[in-house]
Design a protein around this ligand. Structure first.
Ligand SMILES: Cc1ncc(COP(=O)(O)O)c(C=O)c1O
Length: 406
């Protein structure tokens, strides 16, 4: 798909086909939440309008249709990430729930080690801090190199036979950097450790094949991949899921109970407690189909091209510094930056006020990295396939104007 064709997809997105205060909307906050195409909205509406019942319980026609659609959505998601079988796909609320599920369901014992990077989202940090206390595990953090790339040497120095899990972000929401996960997984497995990847920022933008990667667990969210909010996926190798105990239990997780016993269902059902977000599951399947149609290789290429355009055109703003590796290829679709002497929240508000350019500012839920590096925060523009060079041009122009205000 050519860049022009990619940009044509923007007509599917009602949110960018509106004007606010007479001006177009420039949505550069995709790392936080992507927009949704009408195909996804339609798939969800169909559920609410045509068969708004629950799966796996009642015997009527609405329920049968939900069963069929749920199972189709699970198959689509398995295919989307290259899982061996659909039973390896657990529907969660989001990435955070997937990561917490593994933190609470893997059988950690006193002295086990969990290794993370130094740029984890709070969702892949706090669970380890908590179980460090409750289960007395040891949490180790691998610091990045000065150029903000991953330090494989330091990583290997942290590995030993006590490491039970390496849990790392795949693509960082801080700066767009993608960790060398093939090497990380190989090294971790050599030491007998499992590997979980936080793919919240990678699955929506690049092709992932869990079988080829040989990764043990993967978590991601629907709302960052043109899907609904409140729905996500945890992938796990089936034999690992079989061995794990669910941390949420109740309706739909068991085949039978007595007053003092219960029989758990097999994965994935044993992890999907209570009535599910059916419209969300079905909408997520529609989102995956939409992205597959475009091709994530095309998406990745397009985002880097726009990020390159921005990076090359801000060089005459000396007060602007970019967070992350120097090479744009290493920063994907994220442009995280600061303008000297102008607060990042002010930059974000001015862009919104003067040109409807929507970005994010702050610590992006990676407070720990900002604290460790004594940086207060950053402004972050994050791109997706429906963003255009024209939008990037306006963004650069506005940054130039703002930088002159200091
Ligand atoms: C890298 C990364 N991990 C985890 C999360 C958490 O995702 P969610 O809030 O959908 O659970 C995010 C969200 O911004 C993220 O960017």
């Amino acid at each position: 798909m050519t860049t022009t064709n990619l940009e044509k997809t923007r007509f599917d997105f009602p949110a960018i086909n509106q004007k606010i205060n007479g001006r177009p909307v420039i949505y550069f906050d995709n790392a936080c939440m992507s927009l949704r195409p009408k195909q996804v909205i339609q798939a969800m509406n169909e559920y609410y309008e045509q068969y708004p019942a629950c799966a796996g319980r009642s015997m009527h026609k609405f329920a049968s249709k939900v069963n069929e659609k749920m199972s189709e959505a699970r198959d689509i998601m398995a295919n989307f990430i290259g899982a061996k079988k659909s039973e390896e796909i657990i529907f969660t609320r989001n990435t955070t729930e997937g990561l917490n599920l593994v933190a609470n369901s893997l059988n950690f014992k006193h002295g086990d080690v969990v290794v993370t990077s130094d740029r984890e989202h709070n969702s892949n940090l706090i669970p380890w801090q908590i179980i460090s206390k409750t289960k007395k595990i040891v949490h180790k953090v691998v610091r990045s190199k000065k150029d903000m790339t991953f330090d494989l040497e330091i990583f290997e120095k942290n590995m030993n036979k006590n490491v039970k899990l390496v849990s790392m972000v795949h693509t960082s929401n801080l700066d767009g950097y993608t960790l060398p996960v093939e090497k990380i997984i190989r090294i971790a497995h050599d030491y007998g450790s499992l590997v979980m990847l936080d793919c919240a920022q990678s699955v929506p933008h690049k092709k992932i094949d869990v079988k080829k990667l040989n990764v043990d667990f993967v978590a991601f969210s629907g709302h960052k991949m043109v899907g609904p909010s409140g729905i996500g996926i945890l992938y796990g190798k089936y034999h690992l899921l079989e061995e794990m105990n669910p941390f949420l239990v109740g309706g739909d997780t068991v085949s039978n109970t007595t007053y003092d016993s219960h029989t758990l269902l097999k994965p994935p059902e044993k992890f999907e407690a209570g009535l599910q977000n059916y419209a969300g599951n079905i909408g997520l399947g529609a989102a995956a189909k939409y992205l597959d149609n475009i091709g994530r290789e095309n998406i990745e290429k397009h985002e880097i091209e726009i990020n390159r355009f921005i990076t090359q055109n801000i060089t005459d703003i000396p007060s602007l510094s970019i967070l992350g590796p120097e090479e744009v290829e290493q920063r994907g679709g994220i442009f995280s930056f600061n303008i000297k002497d102008i607060h990042f929240h002010d930059v974000a508000m001015m862009l919104d006020n003067i040109a409807n350019i929507m970005i994010r500012s702050g610590q992006h839920c990676v407070h720990s990295w900002f604290n460790a590096n004594k940086i207060e925060g950053s402004a972050r523009a994050s791109l997706y396939f429906y963003n255009t060079k024209e939008e990037a041009k306006i963004f650069v122009e506005k940054l130039k104007e703002i930088s002159k205000l200091r």
